[in-house]
Design a protein around this ligand. Structure first.
Ligand code: F6P
Length: 752
């Protein structure tokens, strides 16, 4: 600290020394001028006083010797003034008639200038400087001569030396006082600063800017905070790059970064559904990207997954607390089932979530429908899930992962019940622009609900930006796009991009036969010859998936390239979905009709171009189809991510096969090696189909290799791990902030 202060003090002293050095000659010069002017005045006074007696002496009728004696005596009396050094008298011809003994020989009478008034001058002699001035002596306008008045100036030199000394002392004292004040203030400020910076680096966000005493430092604090944020992000990126994202990585985050904190997942869809069949109870895995992604995470982390018990045998499988351990063959975590009546499911799930929010967020040109009773159910069921979270949590500050658009209100409802929980909400579908979102009659409530989260995640930055814009438009909130934070009514919500993915290596791949066998098996199963080229599409039967557009492209391909008739088939697996909704029933009918139409037009006795299977397939069957195909086709009209694209890539450990991928999926941003298409452009899609069928093996390999590398690296463990690391950071900051708040309260109490 002393050294730091010297950095201020030394330049300050040098500056003051330089100023003193420059000021002394100036002051010297100035005082000399003042003194000379003073001596001029004195000379005038002396001559004025001497005028009369001197004229009398000069004009007296006396002998010269007597006059000389009397004038000199008179001059002698005048010289009693200690400053007056010598006097002389010159006649009008310039002759020195009388002088006192001390008058130096260097001083002579004026001649030529006798008529011009003398202004005086300084004569520098070895004995010291003298001030000399000649003043006229007159009698009734007649000039009698001039008196030479000589003053001793050595006192001026003495005074000037004294002044110089005083100035040096003055500046030295000034320097000392300023230095002392600087050191003391710097010491006090630095202490406060250092405390603030330390707090900031420890993670107490806004610690500095919240200190009222450090108001002037707020801009710097903000910059510093941004810097720490960037460094933090950089460090995390470095750390993450070094992590091999496997289940063990998640477990170690839970152990080390989250200190074994409790994890709860909340979603509408459950990962295992118990269904009654004739031969007993089956366990089914739903066709859901959300489940595909989260199930491996939960297997790695344990904890509780709270979800709607939707299977008709679900109630038979739970204990008294509605719990069931899963996976059935190797229990690792538990499901807590939440029950809904048929009416509630119709309003909350089919109604508000899937007829309202689903088409609202997917720009697929299906009109959203909003009904007040559906909204009431939606609110009530969100509340039920929040209550379930409260009753399931063993601690006051669990980490709660709230999933998807079915539970937009739950984050705030959970926050009200568990204020210290870390709530991470993830929105699995796109977030539209403010205009599109604005048609929702309960837009405000939805936004407020989501902003109950500590962290809110979307698949892409584009969706995050749309969310920022929407909040900006409809709420009085502080939206800070630099720190990705929204502050609304208290707690801040961080909004980040977490692109979802699948587990790597995918579990269903382990039991798969070699690709050649998959190819043969699937062709056999669907009555296709061995050499028929096969494309595959795997979707829920949903209008956002662009299945009709896909079929239109197939039809166009066969029109344009008839050589494929009888030699190419497309296997479309469509899992029935939300079939109580009219729009989905219509789609079902239209998809069937389109397939039939193409088959009638281009089918041969041995090869139907579209093989449509509208039924549930388990993961193993789906992976066999992926491996059997020459290409996969994902033509979503709008999709948050689309994990089918990633699964297709993951299934192809033979590095063969092409992927056609809609530009309107989140996945298209990560997999540019796919053949990216606009699903609305039938010609483009047909051309991509032709390209996929004709793609040379080397090209397939190099594209597939690079896509596989990406999916391997950016797998679902990284997706979950990044969210959990962010949760750990948020929790640490909150702990530190509440620690320092407590300290501040104690200090305040003591002061009071
Ligand atoms: O895309 C959103 C999503 O929740 C996915 O995560 C999932 O694939 C799908 O919808 C499931 O829909 P549902 O639960 O209605 O069958």
């Amino acid at each position: 600290m002393m050294r730091l202060s010297l950095r201020f003090v030394i330049p300050l002293m040098l500056a003051l020394g330089a100023i003193a050095y420059g000021v002394v000659p100036l002051v010297d010069d100035l005082t000399l001028k003042w003194f000379v002017r003073d001596l001029d005045m004195r000379s005038k006074l002396v001559t004025a006083a001497a005028q009369e007696p001197l004229v009398e002496l000069l004009t007296a009728k006396e002998r010269d010797i007597v006059r000389l004696q009397r004038v000199q005596a008179f001059f002698g009396r005048l010289l009693q003034d200690e400053r007056l050094y010598a006097l002389g008298f010159c006649d009008t011809t310039g002759r020195l008639l009388y002088k006192t003994p001390a008058l130096p020989g260097e001083i002579a009478c004026r001649k030529a200038n006798a008529e011009v008034e003398d202004t005086g001058h300084v004569l520098k002699l070895p004995g010291g400087p003298l001030h000399v001035v000649a003043r006229p002596v007159t009698l009734e306008d007649q000039r009698l001569g001039e008196v030479l008045v000589v003053h001793d100036m050595s006192f001026i030199e003495r005074r000037s030396a004294d002044t110089k000394e005083y100035i040096v002392y003055l500046f030295a004292a000034l320097g000392a006082v300023v230095a002392l004040i600087t050191v003391v203030i710097a010491e006090i400020s630095f202490r406060g600063w250092m405390a603030g910076i330390k707090a900031l680096i420890r993670g107490q966000s806004l610690a500095l800017s919240l200190q009222p005493k450090a108001r002037e430092l707020r801009p710097i604090a903000r910059d510093l905070e941004a810097l720490v944020h960037d460094l933090d992000a950089e460090r995390r990126m470095r750390d993450e790059a070094q992590i091999s994202w496997r289940p063990e990585a998640l477990r170690s985050i839970l152990r080390e970064d989250l200190k074994g904190d409790e994890i709860l997942i909340v979603s509408n869809r459950e990962p295992y559904i118990h269904v009654r069949r004739d031969r007993g109870i089956d366990v089914r895995r739903p066709a859901s990207g959300l489940v595909t992604a989260l199930e491996p995470v939960m297997r790695a982390c344990s904890g509780t997954w709270i979800a709607h018990g939707s299977g008709n045998a679900d109630r038979e499988m739970v204990d008294a607390q509605d719990h069931v351990m899963v996976p059935p063959d190797k229990p690792a975590y538990r499901i807590r089932r939440v029950w809904l009546s048929k009416e509630e499911e119709a309003g909350y799930y089919y109604g508000f979530a899937n007829e309202g929010l689903w088409p609202l967020c997917h720009i697929a040109h299906t009109r959203p429908v909003f009904r007040a009773p559906d909204w009431e159910h939606y609110r009530e069921i969100n509340r039920r899930f929040a209550r379930a979270v409260e009753s399931e949590s063993r601690t006051a500050d669990p980490i709660v992962l709230v999933q998807d658009y079915h539970l937009a209100l739950a984050p705030r409802m959970i926050r009200e019940r568990l204020p210290r929980a870390t709530i991470i909400a993830f929105w699995h579908i796109p977030w539209p622009n403010p205009e599109a979102f604005g048609v929702c009659p309960w837009r405000r409530e939805i936004l407020e609900g989501l902003l109950g989260s500590s962290i809110l995640g979307f698949h892409t930055q584009f969706h995050c930006n749309n969310f920022f814009d929407t909040v900006d438009r409809y709420l009085e909130a502080r939206v800070d796009r630099e720190t990705f934070t929204i502050s609304y009514g208290g707690e801040p919500t961080e909004v980040h991009r977490y692109p979802i993915s699948i587990e790597w290596p995918p579990a269903p791949l382990a039991a798969q036969p070699p690709v050649a066998e998959c190819r043969a098996r699937i062709r056999r199963e669907h009555g296709l010859a061995d050499d028929v080229r096969l494309g595959v599409g795997v979707d829920r039967l949903d209008y956002t998936k662009g299945i009709l557009e896909r079929f239109a492209a197939i039809e166009r391909l066969l029109e344009l390239e008839p050589q494929w008739i009888g030699r190419f088939a497309f296997l479309q697996i469509a899992a029935p979905s939300r079939s109580s909704i009219e729009e989905y029933q219509n789609l079902d009918a239209r998809v069937r009709a389109a397939a039939q139409h193409i088959n009638e037009r281009f089918g041969t006795p041995t090869c139907q171009p579209v093989v449509l299977r509208i039924e549930h397939h388990d993961a193993a069957q789906v992976y066999t189809c992926y491996r059997a195909a020459d290409f996969g086709f994902v033509s979503s009209l709008h999709d948050g991510m689309n994990l089918v694209a990633k699964e297709f890539v993951a299934a192809r450990d033979d590095e063969r096969g092409a992927l056609i991928l809609s530009q309107f999926t989140g996945a298209a941003r990560e997999l540019p090696e796919a053949l990216i298409v606009n699903p609305y452009d039938t010609e483009e899609c047909a051309a991509a189909l032709g390209q996929a069928l004709a793609m040379p093996p080397d090209e397939q390999r190099s594209r597939m290799r690079s896509m596989r590398r990406l999916v391997q690296e950016f797998n679902v463990y990284r997706w979950a791990g990044r969210m959990l690391l962010d949760a750990a950071r948020v929790r640490q900051r909150r702990r530190l902030a509440s620690g320092s708040k407590r300290t501040a309260q104690v200090v305040d109490l003591r002061r009071a």
